[in-house]
Design a protein around this ligand. Sequence first.
Ligand SMILES: NC(=O)c1ccc[n+]([C@@H]2O[C@H](COP(=O)([O-])OP(=O)(O)OC[C@H]3O[C@@H](n4cnc5c(N)ncnc54)[C@H](OP(=O)(O)O)[C@@H]3O)[C@@H](O)[C@H]2O)c1
Length: 300
Amino acid sequence: MRVLITGATGLIGTEIVKKCHNNGIAVNYLTTSKSKKENTASYQGFYWNPSKAEIDVNCVKDVDVIIHLVGSSISKRWTEANKQVMISSRLETTALLHETVKNNPNNIKQIISASAIGYYPDSLTNYYTEEEKQISDSFLGKVVQEWEQAVDAFKTLNITVSKIRIGIVFSKKGGAFPQLAKPIKLGVGAAMGSGEQWMSWIHLKDLTNIFLHVLEHKLEGVYNGVAPNPVTNQAVTKAIARQLKMPLILPNIPKFAMKFVLGEMHTLLFESQRVCSKKIEKTGFEFEYVNLELALEELV
Ligand SMILES: NC(=O)c1ccc[n+]([C@@H]2O[C@H](COP(=O)([O-])OP(=O)(O)OC[C@H]3O[C@@H](n4cnc5c(N)ncnc54)[C@H](OP(=O)(O)O)[C@@H]3O)[C@@H](O)[C@H]2O)c1
């Protein structure tokens, strides 16, 4: 089997590539950076420049499944220019990929795309399943909705569409976890606002396994990519401090202060989504990091 991965060089992509290779799956990948191109039988890089609609169409040759992860980071300051790149890096890439698959020979039967739990509205009380009809009216909610709709276009090519609504990925290698741990290590850690907002986290290893599980079992539709036990911001902060054996001496940081520092992006720290993992578990998926303490033992 051969998969084509977009965003293969990123945090999640790198782990998925490793897992594919461990399972004997060959990988083609698209990169915007010519210096990241490699060319071995099981790891073949292809250049693309989605903003100019440039793509090496050989990338789809002999490919059975696409894993679509590409997207500009949302942890950059939310200026109008950066917001535009956050949208276009998801929509333009999806459209270009669709055109390429439509017009060039390939064996593609499934696309598994990243999505995000930012789809769900901010709430302290709701418990979100994939059936949720309400969509967040925030900037992120809009991005995720348009991204999911763009991916649905692959259905017109008789390709199975699967979407993983990814939670807050915890890894030693990057993403949210090092950012959360850093101030605590320095002795200046504190929860955000009331600290009651839900954080639906997932260990990178479990998320990688979910992508491979959806591929192996040809699962269709939307699946939440979150651990079975979401926790509040206050609980995450306390648990990391406990694991690092650091005291928490500062009061919670008020929302207005973070808004002043981060601008609109501060919503990432204050939005609350309690998201359910039951649907993927019902397909036979077993989490290794079921609760935060287990994950933190590995991460710290
Ligand atoms: N990490 C999380 O906590 C999390 C949570 C929810 C959803 N997600 C979603 O999952 C996907 C993968 O996340 P990640 O953390 O692995 O991301 P990442 O580490 O930032 O990597 C994303 C990859 O996308 C490519 N890319 C970045 N900006 C681009 C642009 N403007 N145009 C085209 N390609 C661009 C880069 O590949 P090249 O340099 O090789 O081109 C990069 O390696 C993203 O779409 C993200 O939104 C992640």
